[in-house]
Design a protein around this ligand. Structure first.
Ligand SMILES: *Cc1c(COP(=O)(O)O)cnc(C)c1O
Length: 396
C-alpha cells in the first residue's frame, strides 16, 4: 500500500508511541491528585507543555491542551467573539477556504448577529495582506486565517497579516493544523495571538491538540467543570496523548529542514509527472505550498471514481469533494479559488509524508495517468469535450 493522504491523518511515529506507553501502564495517576504518584503525571504534563511552547516560541502558560484542532478553532473564535461583543465589536474577518471547524463556527456567530467578511483567496489560493488591512474596521474583533490550506496546501503570508493585525489592535488567530511540525512557526516573530494545532497531522495521536493564546487575551470555556488547564478547559488531562504529542512535535521540529527538503523534492517530482497528463491543472500556487501537498483537477473525471480505482491499485488518496456528507457538492476550497463546478468534481489530493519514497512517487504517477485515461475513455462527458460539443476549461 502507498499512503498518500497525510493531510487527513498520519501514522504515529515510534517516538510518539514509546513516549506515551509508560503513562498508560505505569504512571497512570491523575495529575490533580496530591500523592506523589499523581505528581509524576503532573510533571509529565508540565514538561510536555514546555516542549510544545519551545516549538512555537511562546511561554508554557500560554498553551492550553484541547481534544484536537476542531476544538482549538472553536474555542479561539468563540473566545475572541465573546470578548469583542462586550466592547460592541461584532465583525470578524476570515477567508472562503478555511476548514469547516472555522467556517461552521463563523456561521453560528452570524446567526447570533455577528458580521463575517470572507476574503477572496484568488486562483493562487493566497491572501494578499493588503486585503486584510482594507477589511479591518473599527468594530473588527477577530481576524482568523489559516496558515496552510488542508486541501490545496497553499501557505499564507502569516507574518505580514500578523503585523497588520497587531498594529490595528485586532486579535489574530491562525488555524496552523497543517503547518505545525511541517513549516516554521514562531508566534512572537509572526505576531500571532492565537493558534490551533492537532497532533495527528504530525505523527502524534488523534484526539489531542493545542490552543496557543497570547498572554492578555481572554479565553472563554467551551467545556465547564474542574479547574484543569488554568480553569479554561475542564476534564482530566489525556496525559499519554499529551506526552506523545509533545514528543512528536519536538521530533518534527528538530528534523523540519531535512524533512521539508526531501518531501519538496518528491512533491516536485510528482507534480512534474502529473503535469504531463493533458487537460489537468495544479490547484493553487506552485511555490507557496506545503512540502507534501499535491492537488490537481482533471477534466472529464469524477473524483470519487478516481479514488476507488486508485484504491484498487493500493494507493490511498483523497478528493476535494465533500463525499463524507454524502453530498455531491464540490469542494468549497476549489470553488473559492475559482474552479468551475464540473472541473472541481475531478479533483485529486495526494499528500506525501516523511516515509514516502521516490519509487512510491513513480508508482503514483503511473497509476494516476492510467486511471485518468481509463475513466476518460468511458465518460460521455469526455466524449463531448473531444467532439467539441463542450469546450475545454484547461489546455492540453
Ligand atoms: C485536520 C484539520 C483540523 C481538525 O483537526 P482535528 O484534530 O481533526 O479536530 C482543523 N483544521 C485543519 C486545517 C485541519 O487540517
Amino acid at each position: 500500500m502507498i499512503y498518500a493522504d497525510n493531510a487527513a491523518t498520519t501514522r504515529m511515529s515510534r517516538t510518539a508511541i514509546e513516549a506515551m506507553l509508560p503513562y498508560m501502564s505505569e504512571y497512570y495517576g491523575n495529575p490533580s491528585s496530591l500523592y506523589s504518584f499523581g505528581q509524576k503525571a503532573k510533571e509529565a504534563l508540565e514538561e510536555a507543555r514546555e516542549k510544545v511552547a519551545k516549538c512555537l516560541n511562546c511561554n508554557p502558560w500560554e498553551i492550553t491542551f484541547t481534544s484536537g484542532g476542531s476544538e482549538a478553532d472553536n474555542q479561539a473564535i468563540l473566545s475572541a467573539a465573546r470578548s469583542g461583543e462586550k466592547k460592541g465589536k461584532k465583525h470578524i474577518i476570515s477567508t472562503a477556504f478555511e476548514h469547516h471547524a472555522v467556517l461552521h463556527t463563523l456561521e453560528k456567530l452570524e446567526k447570533e448577529g455577528f458580521e463575517v467578511t470572507l476574503l477572496d483567496v484568488h486562483s493562487t489560493g493566497i491572501i494578499d495582506p493588503a486585503q486584510v488591512a482594507e477589511a479591518i474596521r473599527e468594530d473588527t474583533c477577530l481576524v482568523t486565517i489559516m496558515y496552510a490550506n488542508n486541501e490545496i496546501g497553499t501557505i499564507q503570508p502569516i507574518a505580514e497579516i500578523g503585523k497588520i493585525c497587531r498594529e490595528k489592535g485586532v486579535v489574530f488567530h491562525t488555524d496552523a493544523v497543517q503547518a505545525a511540525g511541517h513549516i516554521k512557526i514562531d508566534v512572537k516573530e509572526q505576531n500571532i495571538d492565537m493558534l490551533s494545532l492537532s497532533a495527528h497531522k504530525f505523527h502524534g495521536p488523534k484526539g489531542i491538540g493545542v490552543l496557543y493564546t497570547r498572554r492578555g487575551i481572554v479565553l472563554h470555556n467551551l467545556i465547564n467543570g474542574g479547574a484543569q488547564e488554568r480553569g479554561k478547559r475542564a476534564g482530566t488531562e489525556n496525559i499519554p496523548a499529551i506526552v506523545a504529542m509533545a514528543a512528536a512535535l519536538t521530533e518534527a521540529c528538530d528534523h523540519m529542514e531535512e524533512n521539508a527538503a526531501r518531501m519538496t523534492a518528491l512533491r516536485d517530482r510528482l507534480m512534474d509527472g502529473l503535469d504531463k497528463i493533458p487537460y489537468g491543472e495544479l490547484n493553487g500556487s506552485r511555490e507557496h505550498r506545503l512540502p507534501g501537498n499535491v492537488n490537481y483537477c482533471f477534466e472529464g473525471i469524477e473524483g470519487e471514481s478516481m479514488l476507488l480505482l486508485l484504491d484498487d491499485k493500493g494507493i490511498c488518496a483523497s478528493s476535494g469533494s465533500a463525499c463524507t456528507s454524502g453530498s455531491l457538492d464540490p469542494s468549497h476550497v476549489l470553488l473559492a479559488i475559482g474552479r468551475p463546478h464540473e472541473v472541481a468534481h475531478g479533483s485529486l489530493r495526494l499528500t506525501i509524508g516523511e516515509d514516502t519514497t521516490e519509487e512510491d512517487v513513480d508508482q503514483i504517477i503511473q497509476a494516476v495517468t492510467d486511471v485518468v485515461t481509463y475513466l476518460r475513455n468511458m465518460s460521455p462527458f469526455w466524449r463531448d469535450l473531444v467532439t467539441g460539443k463542450r469546450t475545454h476549461v484547461f489546455s492540453e
